[in-house]
Design a protein. Structure first.
Length: 221
């Protein structure tokens, strides 16, 4: 027969168990050699509060869940499932980070100095500058042709004030319209090439700055 002094009062035992749960410790299943031990889970609710138990409430089934062993060690962790929009944003962030890393590697393996990038930039800008010069020359020639056509059109109605003036011939009117459209198209092309020069300078300057950062970070301190 067990003596009274070796028995633990039931009230103290309940107090100890309650204190363990309040401190966040997972409850341990009672030892039973014949019964199949129940699983213990740890999960976090929407308010960020951690819970323990042998079953997970349906409203927390998509949250961060861990299956624990008898000593409270996580055996398997199921991360929280993010909403589709957050998943897409996370995927895009990872893709952007991978692109940055790939471009950094390209800069370090392609160029030996920032001067190499500057030289390539200047070559590209020079090519575009030659195209711009040619476009401006062509625009000038189109403008001269248009001025000549408009001068011819002054002899015809509705530009001529003479009562004997004839209606403008259709071929002349068509040529004026065609030349006007060509002048607008060439002006758009010129604006596009000038914008390309600005974009090339901006892109290359970003590469130059990034290359210098990468090289500086690799220097021993």
């Amino acid at each position: 027969m067990t003596s009274m002094k070796n028995r633990i009062p039931t009230a103290l035992l309940l107090l100890a168990v309650t204190a363990g749960v309040a401190q966040g410790a997972p409850p341990r299943p009672a030892s039973n050699s014949t019964a199949t031990p129940s699983k213990t889970y740890r999960w976090v609710d929407d308010q960020g509060v951690t819970h323990y138990g042998d079953s997970i409430p349906p409203e927390n089934a998509q949250g961060n869940i861990a299956e624990l062993n008898s000593t409270g060690v996580a055996l398997k962790v199921s991360p929280a499932r993010l909403p589709p929009a957050e998943q897409a944003a996370l995927l895009q962030r990872d893709e952007d980070a991978a692109k940055v890393k790939q471009h950094d590697q390209f800069l370090l393996t392609t160029y030996t100095s920032a001067h190499d990038i500057e030289q390539l930039r200047d070559e590209r800008v020079a090519q575009l500058a030659a195209q711009i010069t040619a476009s401006r020359g062509y625009i000038d020639s189109v403008g001269s042709r248009l001025a000549s056509l408009r001068e011819r059109a002054r002899s015809f109605k509705p530009y001529s004030a003479s009562p004997t003036a004839r209606r403008m011939p259709d071929p002349l009117a068509a040529e004026i319209v065609q030349t006007l459209n060509e002048a607008r198209s060439q002006a758009d092309t010129l604006a596009s090439r000038e914008q390309e020069v600005r974009e090339v300078r901006r892109t290359f300057q970003a590469d130059i700055d990034r290359y210098r950062e990468l090289v500086a970070s690799q220097r021993p301190r």
